[in-house]
Ligand binder design. Structure first.
Ligand code: GLC
Length: 535
């Protein structure tokens, strides 16, 4: 083939979409960097840290909600979808963030909360004003079963009945989350139209796509049948219930198909990521759409929440994630703003293993700020210090999510370089040693490990494009896998046990990256990681 023919052929190949190998970095704007000294992080703060993120090597930032909000659920209760909360800045600050990020090859993804609005949103204020208001049917209103009795037994994710009585009209409204987060009625086409216009507003402003909040909860059983009661009580003291009537309703797929058409009508490979806590890989498979016309990246929460260093469980689950989704790309997640940090859920010595599973597998990788330096969960120790309302409702069994939302630890100065004022949540004592400034200088630090892995993911063809083949060393509690491409084979070996382990691998090995100079791939010190070329 002539050079010209080859060049033409390459030009004709559609470029691999950026999100297929992406590292998506979640930022909780309240906690990342304060620029105006009010103790709360903001958009200008994020912009000022873009060089750090560029050095880390991430491809995209997912910003948790920074729209105007009464902040009952710290932004997940939105009162205006087309602006920025003054606490975080202005639309001009947002545009600047998009622009500055783009200069560094970083895309911005917004968090889109479509299941519910704030009870202070003008739509809900109208809706609750009378039974005949044109917006009445934008939310889920029902009569109670009898005096003082809600329409059925459905429970809020955040404790107690999911129905709130409203005396203005004598009816109840449904809220899957806080009572200040009334659910929209997605069976009303006007709701879809309004929400899709919001989506267009942000796509026009240059966002690369969305993380769809609580997307599986858009619809409920239209007949309002009770959920099945399960044995035991939850952290809020309510009866345990199944979620078949209020989660994962098939109509969600119709909305996703229509939404996908909207984002595909914009140029530049926009992406839909879904918050998808599901019952198993079969459900996850459906979220891509039968014709791959729904979410590009539903979150695979099952690998990252195994919560124990069990090589057999990881091998099984990662194999499923590679085989049951028809060649699609799984999005692995070990950390986010709702779950305890992986450092506490696994062994602290295993932080490099977690990073390796996330970044050396065939997946798109989602990170959460601070994961790369080894931030710990630091929950409040007294009820009066709790900021997240579920921690107040559920205390002491459920302490809320403050522990995983503490300020980013930049350096060892006062307030870890996050703010000059009192931070909205206390800076954990670990900030003295666990911080960006110190770890940047140390070649053996967790931060350096993340950087090296992300760089390898970009430059090593097999780690980037290769297939993922799990090896079985369950007996030794060693998790190992091969990444194969035309460029060669790479083996990744993680010893999940506190003892040195020896495994049998075929072929000559050449180390590419290892967490311990004594790790050879075949002989592995406790919790060591080895990545090598197989020759
Ligand atoms: C999602 C968010 C969580 C929020 C909830 C309600 O699960 O991740 O933080 O509280 O939705 O919007």
């Amino acid at each position: 083939m002539t050079h010209i023919a080859l060049a033409l052929l390459l030009l004709m190949q559609p470029p691999t979409p950026w999100w297929k190998h992406a590292v998506v970095y979640e930022i909780y704007p309240r906690s990342f960097q304060d620029s105006n000294g009010d103790g709360i992080g903001d958009l200008k703060g994020i912009t000022s840290r873009l060089d750090y993120l560029h050095d880390l090597g991430i491809d995209a930032i997912w910003l948790t909600p920074c729209y105007p909000s009464p902040q009952v659920d710290f932004g997940y209760d939105i009162s205006n979808y087309e602006s920025i909360d003054p606490k975080y800045g202005t639309l001009a600050d947002f545009d600047e963030l998009v622009r500055e990020a783009r200069k560094r090859g970083i895309r911005i993804l917004m968090d889109m909360v479509m299941n519910h609005t704030s009870d202070q949103h003008p739509w809900f204020i109208e809706s609750r004003s009378s039974k005949t208001n044109p917006k009445r049917d934008w939310y889920v209103w029902r009569d109670g079963k009898g005096p003082g009795e809600p329409p059925n037994n459905w429970l809020s994710e955040f404790g107690h009945s999911a129905w709130q009585y409203d005396s203005t009209t004598g009816q109840y409204y449904y809220h899957k989350f806080y009572r200040q987060q009334p659910d929209l009625n997605w069976r009303n086409p006007a709701v879809e139209r309004a929400m899709f216009n919001v989506v267009r507003f942000w796509l026009d402003r240059g966002v690369a796509g969305f993380r769809l909040d609580a997307i599986t909860t858009l619809f409920e059983d239209p007949e309002l049948r009770d959920e099945k009661v399960l044995p035991g009580k939850n952290a809020y003291g309510d009866q345990n219930e199944d979620d078949a009537r209020t989660d994962n309703h098939p109509e969600v797929h119709d909305v996703l198909k229509s939404l996908r058409k909207v984002i595909d009508s914009f140029s530049g490979q926009r992406v839909l990521i879904g918050e998808t806590y599901l019952h198993g890989p079969e459900d996850l498979n459906k979220m891509y759409g039968a014709n791959n016309d729904e979410l590009q990246l539903p979150m695979d929460m099952q690998v990252g929440l195994i919560d124990t260093l069990d090589a057999a469980a990881f091998r099984r689950r990662i194999t499923e994630s590679q085989t049951l989704i028809r060649g699609n790309i799984p999005l692995f997640v070990f950390n986010n703003h709702d779950i305890h940090r992986s450092l506490d859920r696994y062994h602290p010595y295993a932080a490099k293993i977690v990073a390796t599973i996330l970044l050396a597998s065939r997946d798109a990788a989602q990170m959460y700020y601070g994961e790369e330096i080894g931030m710990k969960t630091t929950p409040p120790t007294r009820k009066e210090d709790v900021r997240d309302p579920i921690g107040i409702t559920g205390w002491p069994k459920e302490k809320g999510r403050d522990g995983e939302r503490t300020p980013m630890q930049w350096d060892s100065t006062a307030n870890a370089g996050f703010t000059t004022d009192t931070p909205w949540l206390p800076v954990p004592p670990t900030a003295d040693t666990v911080n960006v400034a110190r770890e940047t200088k140390e070649p053996g630090s967790l931060l350096s490990w993340y950087k090296k892995l992300i760089a390898l993911r970009k430059t090593n063809t097999s780690l980037r494009e290769g297939t993922n083949e799990m090896l079985d060393f369950d007996q030794s509690n060693v998790l190992a896998w091969l990444r194969k491409s035309e460029a060669g084979t790479v083996v990744v070996v993680c010893n999940m046990s506190p003892e040195t382990k020896t495994i049998t691998l075929r072929g000559a090995l050449r180390p590419i990256l290892r967490s311990d100079s004594a790790a050879t791939g075949r002989s592995m010190p406790p919790y060591a990681v080895y990545i090598g070329a197989v020759q």
